[in-house]
Design a protein around this ligand. Sequence first.
Ligand SMILES: [Zn+2]
Length: 135
Amino acid sequence: MGMVSEFVRALSVAQGHDYNNCMHELALAENIIEIVTRCAQHEGFTRVGRVRVRVGTLAVVIPEALQTAFAAAKRGSPAETAVLVLESEPGQAWCRDCAATVVMNDALDACPCCQGYALRITGGNALRVIDIDGE
Ligand SMILES: [Zn+2]
């Protein structure tokens, strides 16, 4: 049974990147576990299955590191049986100079239309729990 509730969406993990924080992925994994635990309680799940998380390209998250951190963070938690499935979400920005909405692969990229740097990131810079399977 898949659950997508507003409850989950309300708890999406918005994250900027702290380059000095080598525990970035662990902090994110703990955040995801917390969301999954609260959602499982809310939905009455006794066993959590697949947890789908969309990772923005601009969130600077290393999927392998996040999986490793998640495996460590879920141990002993109500989400111990959870399987983390990561999906990537393209970065998106809006250019003030040429008013284009563009896809961004790196936060330092120039606008592909006008080569300018007046870009404002509008998407793909966060992690979001999409849905949680459980029973
Ligand atoms: Zn532009």
